[in-house]
Write a protein that binds this ligand. Structure first.
Ligand code: GLN
Length: 313
């Protein structure tokens, strides 16, 4: 096949936007009350290449909460800081096949492991970041996500408040982790740092750049800064491939053939290793908590460009 051109990229991004912008399926997350108030019609796509070209359509400026899309990036921080072995041994890399907020996943910890992309593993991941205070730990978590995005980011304080006030389920998970010896800081502190991490505001383009950094073997194509060793990137992408869509990961891989991560704020980032990333933002979610327009758009783009890892689909 002929190499993909700038025109190809822009065309498929525009087509995906036009095809799916009027899809009305799904609903905003509302278990975090403020997320229900985000305008549902917003829809953005940003395809960012490893050499820093951006092909965009739709909403690019609105700052939505990163939510679970933060999880692979903090897993990356653990890899960068302590090596992939620590991530594998202290958290694990097994898909749970369960919803993101599963308490049942905790039982799996007794017999094997989970992974850093579901809440249990992600709360454990923040607690594992090396720091001697909560503030220092938070600074590292935020600094790492900023390095991926290539700019300073802010916590959306009203999202943080809304989520922390209603975080009974995640508090339960943090306490159970602690009970099982799988949490490496005070549980309430881990819950706060995790919830702050999920409340970081990013736009569609930021998310595309974060993904492009993974597509570019761990170097941010805009700042030139290395965030993760090139040799650790495939392992992170492998975790995204098997667990990025929670209990819909198999269906996702079957359709798109790409490692990706979703969040209940409506963001998704998918990575074509060595080439580019596709980020989408659209708040309405399906039953598994994955953005409906976003997943359709990425599947379409992956199919049209023939970049699924297992062959054209
Ligand atoms: N902060 C959210 C939670 O813990 C993240 C969930 C998600 O995006 N899937 O419930």
């Amino acid at each position: 096949a002929a190499p993909l051109t700038a025109e190809d990229y822009q065309r498929v991004v525009d087509e995906a936007y036009a095809k799916f912008k009027d899809v009305k399926d799904g609903a905003n997350a509302d278990y975090i009350p403020i997320l229900a108030t985000v305008p549902s019609e917003m829809f953005g796509i940003a395809l960012v290449t490893r050499d820093g070209k951006i092909y965009a359509a739709g909403e690019q400026k609105y700052e939505f909460s990163i939510q679970s899309v933060s999880k692979p990036f903090t897993a990356s921080l653990i890899m960068a800081e302590q090596g992939p072995k620590v991530l594998r041994e202290k958290i694990g890399v097994e898909p749970t096949g369960l919803p993101f907020n599963s308490k049942l996943a905790m039982e799996l910890y007794e017999s094997r492991s989970v992974n850093p992309l579901v809440n249990a593993g992600a709360i454990a991941a923040v607690s594992l970041v090396q720091a001697d205070s909560e503030q220092a730990r938070w600074n590292k978590v935020l600094g790492n996500i900023e390095a991926y995005a290539g700019r300073k980011l802010q916590v959306l304080e009203e999202v943080y408040d809304s989520e922390y006030e209603t975080a009974w389920s995640n508090r339960g998970i943090a306490n159970l982790l602690f009970n099982y010896g799988r949490l490496y800081s005070d549980p309430e502190e881990a819950l706060r740092v995790y919830t702050r991490q999920c409340s970081i505001g990013i736009n569609t383009r930021d998310l595309g750049i974060m993904g492009a950094t993974l597509a570019n073997e761990g170097v941010n194509p805009f700042t030139g800064k290395r965030v993760l060793d090139a040799e650790d990137v495939p392992e992170l992408l492998a975790i995204m491939a098997t667990a990025g869509f929670y209990d819909e990961s198999g269906e996702w891989m079957y359709r798109s053939g790409l490692p990706a991560k979703t969040g209940v704020g409506g963001g998704i980032v998918a990575v074509v290793p060595g080439k580019f990333a596709i980020a989408t933002f659209s708040p309405p979610l399906n039953e598994a908590g994955n953005s409906v327009r976003g997943l359709k758009a990425i599947n379409y783009i992956s199919g049209e460009l023939g970049v699924g890892l297992f062959g054209p689909n």
